[in-house]
Design a protein around this ligand. Structure first.
Ligand code: COA
Length: 321
């Protein structure tokens, strides 16, 4: 049996930081409101001309360096993103070119905030089937580009960034299991209204991220609770077997609800939302990288990664480190 194992992680946040105090000058909001409702303190916004591929390239190079793997060893690239630089080539191909690579399959998957877990699961299947041996999996977003910065209900929530992992075939897990879901009946609760086939329009006003925050919150909490149960059940595990929860970083209150469901103290949850807000597909690999690099995650630990996003889409991955 072939499994995949994460052998290196990386992340990148653009240099430009926008604090809650900065947002107070733009819209009718307050640091206190944002912190108490979301846990967010600041977000990083890509500079003009800085695209999703730029952020992904930084994160990918960090992950390759951590893994001690050269680009020539990569035989698959999968990127989770909903904010590509161009319609095509896809971000995977643009990233491949930046890394000086030629020929291996490279593509992106679009699943909003669950994009990285979709990408990870796809790459895992390639490795399990023997179609790839060493894969670069990235979640990267410039969500700021589809946000209306005059709309206080969304502007305070989002930010840009990228996270990456290198996966390698191994005789033992590694990735123990992945679980993916989607349900389009919720398509009107969180969405961006226009696109290519129905006509592209400038971003702003009604043509920006639209969200029914309260309803998203309730479905997210319930759905993430269910996927925790599903992941444990599929592997015959108990809640106490999980060492670390590495959640999608959208909102501290959603994260606290999932930790409660797992009966995990917050000390066992990797929390980065305060530093960058909701970076969509980038948030799970960035949080993983933070905890790997600061030494909290140790060899043999069992990690539960989970995410929830527009669609709705949601997913989890159980990882033996
Ligand atoms: N600053 C100050 N006030 C704000 C505000 C802001 N940035 N945004 C909204 N408000 C106001 C609203 O206008 C409303 O005012 P009103 O009572 O006078 O009408 C009040 O705050 C309460 O709004 P409400 O939307 O009910 O707040 P909430 O407690 O539900 O918190 C969210 C809003 C968005 C923080 C919360 O619903 C949430 O976290 N939802 C999930 C969002 C998410 O994670 N999405 C991504 C999933 S991947």
């Amino acid at each position: 049996m072939i499994y995949s194992r994460i052998i290196g992680t990386g992340r990148y946040l653009p240099e430009n930081i926008v604090t809650n105090a900065d947002l107070e000058k733009l819209v009718d909001t307050s640091d206190e409101w944002i912190r108490s409702r979301t846990g967010i303190e600041r977000r990083h916004i890509a500079l003009e001309g800085q695209g999703t591929t730029d952020l992904c390239e930084h994160a990918a190079r960090n992950a390759l360096e951590a893994a001690g793997v050269g680009p020539e060893e990569i035989d698959l690239i999968v990127v989770g993103t909903t904010t590509p630089d161009q319609v095509f080539p896809n971000v995977g191909v643009l990233l491949q070119s930046r890394l000086g690579m030629h020929g291996c399959p490279a593509f992106s998957v679009e699943a909003a905030c669950t994009g990285f877990l979709y990408a990870l699961s796809v790459a895992d299947k390639f490795i399990q089937s023997g179609s790839a041996r060493t894969a670069l999996v990235v979640g990267g977003e410039t969500i700021s580009r589809i946000t209306d910065w005059t709309d206080r209900t969304t502007a305070v929530l989002f930010g840009d960034g990228a996270g990456a992992v290198v996966l390698r075939a191994d005789s033992a897990p590694g990735l123990v299991s992945t679980h993916l879901h989607a349900d389009g009946q919720y398509k009107d609760l969180l969405y961006f209204p226009t696109g290519v086939s129905l006509g592209m329009q400038p971003v702003g006003g009604a043509n920006s991220i639209q969200m029914k925050g309260n309803e998203v919150f309730k479905v997210a909490v319930n759905t993430l609770g269910r996927i925790v149960d599903e992941t444990l059940l599929a592997n015959g595990l108990q809640k106490k077997d999980i060492d670390w929860l590495i959640p999608h970083q959208a909102n501290i209150r959603i994260i606290q609800a999932t930790a409660k469901k797992l009966e995990l103290p917050m000390e066992r949850v990797i929390l980065t939302v305060q530093d960058h807000g909701n970076t969509s597909a980038a948030s799970v690999p960035m949080a993983l990288d933070v905890a790997v690099r600061d030494g909290r995650i140790k060899s043999g630990d069992l990690l539960l990664l989970e995410a929830f996003g527009g669609g709705f889409t949601w997913g989890s991955a159980l990882v033996r480190w």
